[in-house]
Write a protein that binds this ligand. Structure first.
Ligand code: PLP
Length: 437
């Protein structure tokens, strides 16, 4: 059965004629019959072109942490735009205000802005290379750090069975069009395997500029770091002069005000932020320790962009961070997310479906059908992904919208109410019963 109703189908066909596959990001393509077209959002809900309302758990792939069209943010942005320009090619006082608030909340010493997570990780990699004078870096299988060539290996798009031996992994390209030589700079390793990481670093440290890590697997169902994992990365980076880069594009300002670094009590040398920082307005940041950030220097180490520091994103971030400081946003999301996770687990348990709830309440996933909870991407790929997708499609048809693909976590916002959670659980129970049949 198609997820598209008549008006949505018609709009999708219109999109298909002028936009490749009808989407502005490949991740939004669900197939010709199932890709939806939305018209608006409000709070925790979105509406498709047929006027169907969905309770949204995708929240734009994570950024919309307060709710769609959240007035405290939207009105501040509208006011800023009306008041007198948004881009001056000079530092504005609002950028200084934001940098002060950002560094206070994240514990980073300094910050530079960018416009997307892709830009932030790209700049962080260059900075780490400039700082160390080395060229290679480690990332982990199933982790996604954006669209630049260096990071498009063994992402959360790579299929089961493609990664080679965990002790000697293969870099799996996520796209055509990547120059062959680029793969030579990237070392992909399985997540949560300290002994493999340690032996690789001891053998290759002289070439390694950085270890990039998503502190929870934000592109692989939210899998958590096992005890000691992030600490091992920290220790090896200290020992061998490697820059530890935490990619907090999904976790930053979402798991807690101070992001994953606050939750796991590990400080990175550099950290990249985007999504929840500005409730969906495009803005990103590279924060870090003085010693690394000070490597940035006009004329020697490049960072820039016409739109960096534009006042639409900056004002949105200022307003969003202000709400975080004044209201119990994270406490509320965590409590409701916990309620939701427990309820989903109970329903699956009652139905006799083996399952593991992964991640943290603000951003969690579910692995179906595995005996053990997966601790890395390979483990997640061994779960019953087709059954998961079938259940999610059933939920979407009933007006509740998590991502179809279980690698993308469920995202909660401050606008999700306890009634929304109750509605989700009732519908989930219904779908699970049907799937079992
Ligand atoms: N890093 C992580 C951990 C992400 O999840 C993403 C996107 O989902 C990115 C980087 C890239 O961010 P953007 O899509 O804003 O370029």
């Amino acid at each position: 059965m198609s997820l598209q109703q008549p008006k949505t189908r018609q709009e999708y066909q219109r999109a298909r004629r002028v936009i490749p596959y009808g989407v502005n990001s490949n991740f939004r393509y669900w197939g010709d019959d199932d890709t939806l077209v939305v018209t608006r959002g409000e709070g925790a809900h979105i509406w498709d072109a047929d006027g169907n309302r969905y309770l949204d758990y995708r929240m734009g792939f994570g950024p919309v942490i307060l709710g769609h069209g959240y007035s405290a943010v939207a009105e501040r942005v509208a006011q800023a735009v009306r008041q007198g320009g948004i881009i001056f090619a000079m530092t504005s006082t609002s950028e200084i205000d934001l940098a002060e608030r950002f560094t206070r909340m994240t514990g980073m010493d300094k910050v530079r802005l960018a416009n997307s997570g892709t830009e932030a990780t790209m700049h962080a990699l260059r900075l780490a290379r400039a700082h160390t004078g080395r060229e290679k870096f480690i990332k982990f299988e199933g982790q996604y750090h954006g669209m630049s060539d260096y990071f498009l290996y063994s992402t959360a798009s790579s299929p089961r069975g493609s990664h080679g031996s965990p002790r000697n992994p293969v870099n799996v390209p996520a796209s055509s069009g990547l120059p062959k030589a680029v793969a030579g700079y990237v070392v992909n390793l399985p997540y949560n395997h300290p002994e493999i990481l340690e032996s690789t670093v001891r053998a290759q440290w002289g070439d390694l500029a950085a270890i990039f890590v998503e502190p929870t697997m934000g592109n692989a169902a939210g899998i958590l770091p096992q005890a000691g994992w992030l600490e091992t990365i920290r220790k090896l980076c200290d020992e061998y002069g490697i820059v530890m880069v935490m990619d907090e594009v999904k976790t930053g300002f979402r798991l807690a005000r101070g992001g994953a670094q606050e939750v796991f009590k590990i400080k990175a040398d550099l950290a990249t932020y985007a999504k929840a920082m500005s409730n969906g307005f495009p803005l990103a940041a590279i924060g870090g320790r003085d010693a690394v950030m000070d490597t940035l220097e006009p004329g020697s180490v490049a960072h820039g962009g016409t739109f960096t520091g534009n006042l639409v994103g900056v004002t949105a971030a200022l307003a969003t961070l202000e709400v975080f400081e004044k209201e119990p946003v994270h406490e509320t999301i965590n409590a409701r997310g916990q309620l939701l996770m427990s309820g989903l687990g109970e329903i699956l348990g009652d139905a006799g479906i083996p399952h593991h709830l992964l991640g943290l309440p603000a951003m969690f996933g579910i692995a179906l059908g595995t005996a053990e909870a997966p601790v890395d991407y390979r483990g997640y790929l061994g779960s019953e992904m087709a059954l998961y997708e079938e259940i999610m499609a059933g939920l979407i048809q009933r007006g509740v919208m998590p991502e179809l693909d279980g690698r993308e976590p469920w995202f909660l916002s401050y606008s999700h109410t306890e009634n929304d959670i109750a509605e989700t659980l009732t519908k989930f129970e219904d779908v699970v019963r049907e799937a079992k049949r």
